[in-house]
Design a protein around this ligand. Structure first.
Ligand code: HEC
Ligand code: HEC
Length: 464
């Protein structure tokens, strides 16, 4: 769930989710997939990795050209409060019935087949539906007596032999500095529809990476150290699950101009396509994240674009990363702009500096020490007093319980976390950077609590 694509999705969800403060640790340490509470037409997603659900949701959003909140009250994804969500369920059933009846159950007709990026599909074709090439091909296909004027046959494109993948990759690595590249640091800013902030990408090759984002003065980090990874924020330190690490490491390499790891045996150079009218070799490769196409400029060998096609439960989702504004930095041309387009989000990153072969201390990639905040043991009466249900957002209730001397907080998603006390009224969630302050009335009953994570604060009244 922590592919860099996910890094973006995590933010998107947190933000689109109206930044329900507890949403973040829940996503950084993904809930067991069984935490989904209201999957009626896709129950198979309950036992699949959580990322499958997000990819599938992204696919629907992209097909309709909408964001999550078109179907959801964000923060309470399980609730059925919008007619569009119910309608989407009907559509999933319809889509499956069409495919079962006509295409042997293969996912052939998808949301996008009809919707094409519009929430309400148009029954009327556009006169400009064909693009110029298609119109030209169509006209050429007409017999001369039907076509208005006879047309010269198109000259057959010279059959140019494609270079083998090894050659393309070797030339690319040479263009970016290849074997002499020991470290890279890219510093800049990113903006998306919902958030913007400062970003730093740091790599110590071959297998140490770090991404630091600062949003509204709040810094969070993804750290990769060979086969370990962590997500950190002030007072927070969450290990990445091993399955996420594989996906994410694959993805993060791309940000540092590294082609997919592994043997080139499965790779093919499928042809030449133009990007911004520059011809590019297209290298096709199957990765753990889906089928990818890497576009290398045939003149400079620089990487212009990576397109990834990820199978989801409803169809194939597409994500593209493009690089532009190549300038000299550290003895090679390097891109100062990176554009990422997902099915339901877009992130533009502008780099202000790209430094190579800086002295980078490997200790930078060591896990931060666990956050040791002193805690106190409260008498049972205090634990009883705070135990109860608190409303984080309409329909999104947090439950505090105690088992013996230990307090727990259970989120609406089912994720349960230990709560420690700093005092009778101050509590915290260890390593998640979340504090809770309880408020009492004159007779000593707890009436509400204030939940704080980073700069986000929520008042949560107690509910019955
Ligand atoms: C076109 C409508 C639509 C869009 C857009 C959409 N969803 Fe969904 N979502 C659904 C439907 C329908 C379900 C329930 C599926 C089922 O019943 O099996 C669902 C279920 C979910 C669930 C499971 C909640 C639970 O506990 O049952 C989550 C989480 C979720 N969506 C997140 C998202 C996110 C994040 C986005 C934006 C990237 C998104 N959705 C976009 C229609 C949508
Ligand atoms: C066979 C074509 C077809 C497919 C496939 C299809 N839809 Fe639709 N969908 C339509 C049409 C047509 C409408 C508009 C119906 C109307 O005008 O009342 C619609 C309407 C909707 C609406 C309501 C929008 C509104 O304007 O109120 C939602 C939400 C929706 N579709 C979601 C989906 C999702 C999600 C999928 C894929 C799981 C999907 N559709 C697949 C044809 C399709």
């Amino acid at each position: 769930m922590l592919s860099v694509a996910m890094g973006v999705t995590v933010m998107t969800i947190a933000v689109r989710a109206g930044t329900s403060p507890v949403a973040e640790p829940q996503q950084t340490a993904p809930p067991p997939a069984s935490a989904w509470r209201n999957l009626q037409v896709m129950p198979e997603l309950k036992t699949a990795p959580a990322q499958d659900l997000y990819d599938t949701m992204d696919f629907m959003a992209g097909s309709l050209g909408v964001s999550c909140d078109y179907c959801h009250r964000v923060g309470s994804f399980e609730m059925d409060v919008k007619a569009t969500k119910t309608r989407a369920r009907d559509m999933i059933r319809m889509m499956r019935a069409i495919n079962d009846a006509n295409f042997g159950g293969r996912t052939t007709v998808t949301c996008n087949t009809c919707h094409h990026g519009h929430a309400t599909p148009s029954a009327m074709p556009s006169p400009w539906y064909r693009n110029a090439d298609e119109i030209a091909t169509y006209l050429r296909s007409l017999p001369p007596e039907i076509g208005a004027t006879p047309r010269a046959p198109t000259p057959a494109a010279p059959a140019e032999p494609m270079p083998p993948p090894d050659t393309v990759l070797a030339n690319y690595l040479k263009a970016v500095g290849g074997a002499s590249l020991r470290s890279v640091k890219l510093t800049g800013t990113f903006t998306s529809e919902q958030v913007s902030g400062a970003i730093e990408y740091l790599a110590l090759f071959p297998d140490h990476f770090q991404i630091t984002r600062t949003i509204n003065g709040n810094t969070s980090r993804q750290i990769f150290n060979r086969d370990h990874g962590w997500l950190t924020a002030p007072d927070a330190r969450v290990p990445m699950p091993a399955s996420d690490l594989v996906r994410l490491t694959q993805d993060v390499r791309m940000k540092f101009f590294l082609p997919p790891a592994g043997p080139t045996a499965g790779m093919t150079v499928t042809g030449i396509e133009a990007i911004d009218s520059r011809p590019c070799y297209v290298l096709s490769v199957d990765t753990p994240l889906g089928r990818e196409r890497w576009y290398f400029d045939t003149q400079s060998w620089l990487l212009m674009k990576v397109r990834r096609e990820t199978p989801t439960h409803l169809g194939t989702a597409v994500r593209e990363t493009e690089w532009r504004d190549f300038r000299d930095a550290g003895g090679a041309k390097r891109p100062f702009k990176m554009l990422e387009h997902g099915m339901s989000n877009e992130v533009d990153t502008t780099f202000t500096s790209i430094d190579t072969n800086l002295a980078v201390d490997p200790a930078t990639f060591e896990p931060p020490p666990p956050v040791e905040k002193p805690s106190v043991t409260l008498p049972a009466a205090d634990l009883d007093a705070v135990s109860g249900r608190y409303e984080l957002a309409p329909g999104n209730v947090l439950t505090i319980t105690h088992e013996g001397a230990q307090l727990f907080l259970t989120q609406a998603s089912g994720v349960k976390t230990e709560v420690l006390a700093s005092s009778q009224t101050e509590f915290f969630l260890k390593n998640l950077g979340i504090t809770l302050t309880v408020h009492k009335n004159a007779s000593g009953e707890v009436t509400s609590l204030t939940l704080k994570q980073g700069t986000v604060t929520r008042e949560c009244p107690r509910v019955k």
